[in-house]
Design a protein around this ligand. Structure first.
Ligand SMILES: Cc1ncc(COP(=O)(O)O)c(C=O)c1O
Length: 286
């Protein structure tokens, strides 16, 4: 049985109109947005009589880490298709995954590039009878539905909510279940030369209205997990002042983007803002 704590919030004294939603405190092993996304997928697997949950991710993947734990807790065998090579040392993330029974296959960067194709999935699901495909980051209508749970912990006075975008499930879930007057802003953590065309298509395909999509693309900075000197300095000061750890891939980008905007855009002062800490701290271990 998978359970987690209630969402708690804290203020950000430097910005009195901002509340931090501490998703990182939801669970000791699987923090942030993961359980909201995975619980409905586990329920689906149960309903469909599946035995294996198969998914993809990198060597520090928060998603695979959470999936391994969720599978372990709910009696499913999990399989992780990991971008990397067997010769590389196991990361703390993968050591935990194995401890929770995940079967790991290392796949090359070229093969990983095919992770959205049916051919890729036909092959891997064919290796495990009664297996459920779980896309990168859990992207699925179930994960999107589950992400509506965030609203339980968001201050109802909020007029603007800010969160990270990886697969987009959390963002889509928040937007599709938001109160009408609230604007939800997403900070993509990956750089995109196509102006996030693929993301726009993905979001509108699941029913997000164009008018409801608000992105702060500059938040991606130098790209996935790469911090600028300025972002690193921001992270250090933020953590000390707020007694709240950030990760370099998602939350540093989001909190830094918000701080930059608040410093330069007076219109934001009129908003009551909730910024979501989506966790990811397990990935900080080296
Ligand atoms: C810590 C953390 N924050 C945010 C995200 C982005 O969430 P999503 O993939 O739902 O866009 C992820 C990835 O799943 C994550 O691990």
């Amino acid at each position: 049985m998978i359970s987690y704590s209630q969402l708690v919030s804290q203020s950000w004294p430097v910005y009195p109109n901002v509340t931090i939603v501490r998703g990182d405190l939801l669970h000791p092993f699987v923090s942030g947005n993961k359980l909201f996304k995975l619980i409905p997928l586990v329920d689906k697997a149960k309903k469909e009589g599946k035995s294996f949950l198969v998914s993809v991710g990198g060597r520090y993947s928060n998603h695979l880490h959470a999936l391994a734990w969720a599978g372990h807790e709910s009696g499913f065998q999990t399989v992780g298709l990991v971008r990397g090579y067997e010769t590389q040392p196991l990361t703390p993330t993968l050591i935990d995954c194995q401890k929770w029974g995940m079967h790991i296959h290392f796949i090359s960067h070229d093969e990983y590039e095919k992770r959205y194709s049916d051919e890729f999935w036909t092959f891997w699901l064919g290796q495990y009878e009664e297996s459920l495909r779980i896309d990168e980051g859990g992207w699925s209508k179930e994960a999107i539905r589950g992400s509506a749970q965030w609203w339980r912990g968001i201050d109802p006075k909020s007029t603007l909510v800010v969160c990270a975008i990886g697969s987009g499930s959390t963002y889509a879930g928040l937007v599709l279940s938001k109160p009408k007057q609230v604007k939800v802003v997403g900070v993509p953590v990956f750089r995109d030369p196509d102006n996030y065309q693929a993301l726009w298509i993905k979001l509108t395909d699941v029913g997000v209205a164009m008018d409801d999509i608000h992105l702060w693309p500059e938040g991606a900075g130098r790209g996935f997990g790469k911090l600028t000197v300025q972002e690193q300095a921001f992270k250090d000061v933020f953590e000390k002042q707020n007694n709240c750890e950030l990760d370099p891939v998602y939350t540093t980008k989001v909190f830094h983007a918000l701080a930059q905007r608040l410093n330069s855009d007076d219109a934001l002062q009129k908003h009551q803002i909730s910024v979501i800490h989506t966790g990811g701290l397990q990935g900080n271990r080296k």
